[in-house]
Design a protein around this ligand. Structure first.
Ligand SMILES: NC(=O)c1ccc[n+]([C@@H]2O[C@H](COP(=O)([O-])OP(=O)(O)OC[C@H]3O[C@@H](n4cnc5c(N)ncnc54)[C@H](O)[C@@H]3O)[C@@H](O)[C@H]2O)c1
Length: 452
């Protein structure tokens, strides 16, 4: 990509006032990137990095040799130079050697992407920022509320760029709806909904066989593979909105959270936990399997409500343990109408027939985001319907242009801290809690995400 093109694209992605120089040197044409965690998600992100001419994948780290091997095979398939590797010895802190750069050709990396289990995100991000290696972190930012303050403080202290790699903000319809919101199509926003409604039962259990990560058995923890190895444990120990950012990211963009608006109050309710146990016992031999004795704390449906300074409410639902088709359940409702993604429909007063839904497609075509119009062909074949191209693109372009990250540290910790706050609310009998202001008052003057 030519320099003028990427600056234009960067400005489009990031807002025009954002191309200020930073402590990280002059803008660059090409960046050297490392990855910590080359599991199922890491490999998807790696593919996006490898597809680009402006990225050199210089280092990879994973403590699971099979996952590392798969990532190396991807690099080879693209005909790119072999990166330095770390973690083959199973050392859980091998990422520190990746970060110090001494064993990486060319020295310290320009950035690191973290795609490890949630419990590692805060620690790895903090150490990377302290080592002055800019971070692109997979969702979530941390586990405990303190993690979120620690990640924020490490970023503020070090000044190292940090982006949460929340890809749903880049979904084509989500971005078109952002255009609709900004053009006033819905009138004044009043209420929004979103969530993570994804039947993960076959992800949370398998038989540990790397060739069959989904639904091949009933093991989890040390005997499981990929997410069954670590994610399921969170359903055993925790009860809350465990995966908020896919739902809240777009809703926060629409309502300008941390950028003229803020969350003020939060509460969460959880149902009983039945789905995972039921899934286990319905499998052949499941009732006798040791997993059938596990008591899961995570309610099957967790409903979280947020109140905003400007008067909107946002409702999130986490629903991963029951049979259901995938849907993030978006609803954006204002004084003039609403959009819902589950029925691919919209209703705008004065345009739609009274009390009737209209198909969304004509609106999608009319309000398609300029980034999608420009890059749709490059995004073709990228993960999750193309949005994984955009999230990596945004991160790399911001790095190269030395521009602030579009989904920055304040967005990251605000969206992700919904998890520990929802857990606290549920633990305190569904109490409504104050939502911390991570921006320390700066929400009043910060500019919207993706201001065009
Ligand atoms: N944005 C999305 O659409 C999306 C989709 C899937 C997963 N994710 C997120 O990506 C992250 C990873 O999920 P996944 O599905 O790839 O899980 P995974 O289990 O397949 O991969 C995680 C990898 O991290 C490695 N790892 C664990 N501890 C490590 C350490 N100390 N040092 C180095 N490597 C270590 C594991 O060996 C494994 O290969 C999670 O945060 C998950 O929520 C995001």
């Amino acid at each position: 990509m030519k320099r003028r093109d990427f600056l234009t694209a960067g400005a489009a992605l990031l807002g025009s006032a954002l191309l200020a120089p930073s402590a990280f040197g002059a803008s660059r044409e090409r960046v050297r990137v490392g990855m910590i965690g080359t599991g199922m998600r890491g490999q998807v992100l790696l593919q996006e990095l490898l597809r680009r001419d402006d990225v050199e994948v210089a280092a990879l780290c994973d403590i699971e040799p099979i996952m590392l091997g798969k990532a190396l095979a991807q690099v080879e398939k693209f005909g790119k130079p072999r990166p330095a590797t770390f973690g083959e010895d199973g050392d859980k802190h091998a990422y520190r050697r990746l970060l110090d750069g001494a064993k990486v050709k060319g020295g310290k990396l320009d950035a690191v992407i973290i795609a490890t289990p949630w419990e590692w995100h805060a620690q790895m991000s903090i150490e990377a920022m302290q080592a002055k290696v800019p971070v692109g972190c997979e969702v979530v930012a941390g586990v405990t509320l303190q993690d979120h303050w620690d990640v924020l403080n490490a970023q503020l202290k070090s000044g190292t760029p940090y982006m949460l790699l929340e890809n749903v903000c880049f979904r084509r319809d989500v971005m078109a709806v952002l255009q609709m919101v900004r053009s006033g199509l819905f009138g004044e926003l009043v209420h929004l909904q979103g969530g993570y409604q994804h039947d993960l039962r076959a992800v949370k259990f398998n038989n540990g066989d790397p060739a069959k990560p989904y639904g091949s058995g009933l093991e989890f923890g040390a005997k499981g593979w990929s997410e069954a190895r670590w994610r399921t444990e969170h359903s055993v120990r925790r009860n809350g909105e465990l995966y908020p950012s896919h739902g809240i990211g777009p809703c926060a963009m629409y309502t300008n959270i941390n950028r003229g608006n803020r969350f003020t109050r939060i509460n969460a309710f959880a149902t009983k936990a039945r789905g995972l146990h039921d899934y286990i016992t319905k499998q052949p031999g499941g009732a006798q399997h040791p997993s059938a004795k596990t008591e899961f704390r995570l309610g099957d449906v967790v409903t979280t409500t947020l109140a905003c300074e400007n008067g909107e409410t946002i409702l999130l639902q986490h629903d991963t343990s029951l049979p259901r088709p995938y849907s993030l359940g978006f609803r954006v409702q204002g004084t003039d109408g609403l959009w819902m993604d589950v029925n691919h429909s919209i209703h705008i007063e004065g345009k739609s027939k009274p009390h009737q839904w209209e198909d969304f497609q004509a609106y999608q075509d009319k309000y398609d985001h300029p980034l999608w119009r420009k890059y749709a062909s490059r995004a073709e074949g990228a993960g999750h319907g193309g949005m994984d191209f955009f999230v990596i693109h945004a991160f790399i372009e911001a790095l190269k242009a030395e521009a602030p990250m579009p989904i920055d540290i304040y967005d990251a910790v605000t969206w992700s801290a919904i998890t520990p706050l929802s857990e606290q609310s549920i633990a305190q009998n569904f109490q409504t809690l104050d939502f911390p202001d991570f921006t320390n008052g700066q929400w009043r003057t910060r500019k919207p995400i993706f201001a065009l």
